[in-house]
Design a protein. Structure first.
Length: 203
């Protein structure tokens, strides 16, 4: 029997899944895979909360919500094509669910955008998804440290020097963005850049 906390999170997420329950249940199972430490149901829930709060800013917030569900549906730290595989999964599942091809294509596009987190200036859907995905960067020092620790656990198979080099590259790419957040308040931008700079200086 599943523990109560599993059932509660499972049910709470399914309430927020907009299509047939059988598809949502399968995605929740993926988000609860045992090798995940950061890319978990908690991350997905946090993303959905941000999307709901700023849904008015997007052209198609429902497509953004679907993209959030799928963006890390396939996540294996040893793979280099997680976004592509997740986008392909979204295409198959959403087509099977009967969504219009244009909506399916938009969700696939959004999932692939999480490779760079650099939406075009007028891409409000992309801006909302990327902001939601990166919102963790603007957390308190304690929350940010917990996030970094969880990511390190997901890459436990990687040596410390290799992780530091790879992580530093990711952080530099984030700092090189013209803005980390396109829709969230300036306070998020400032907090995220301070956190990322602090982490980068530790490598």
């Amino acid at each position: 029997m599943l523990p109560p906390e599993y059932v509660n999170v499972h049910d709470d997420l399914l309430i927020r899944w907009p299509l047939q329950e059988r598809f949502g249940a399968g995605l929740v199972e993926r988000w609860r895979e045992p090798h995940r430490r950061y890319h978990t149901v908690e991350h997905l829930t946090a993303m959905l909360d941000v999307i709901d709060a700023y849904a008015h800013a997007a052209n198609d917030p429902d497509a953004v919500r679907l993209a959030a569900w799928f963006h890390d549906a396939i996540y294996a730290p040893k793979r280099t094509d997680n976004e592509e595989a997740s986008a392909a999964l979204a295409g198959r599942m959403l087509s099977s669910a009967g969504l219009p091809p244009a909506r399916v294509a938009e969700v696939r596009r959004l999932v692939l955008l999480t490779r760079t987190h650099d939406p075009a200036p007028k891409d409000t859907n992309g801006a909302l998804l990327c902001d939601a995905d990166l919102a963790v960067l603007a957390g308190s020092a304690e929350a940010y440290a917990a996030y970094v620790f969880a990511v390190r656990q997901e890459y436990a198979h990687v040596s410390d020097p290799a992780f530091a080099a790879g992580r530093a590259e990711v952080l530099r790419e984030i700092l090189a963005l013209p803005r980390i957040f396109r829709l969230l308040p300036e306070s998020y931008e400032n907090a995220a850049r301070a956190n990322v700079h602090a982490e980068l200086s530790s490598y």
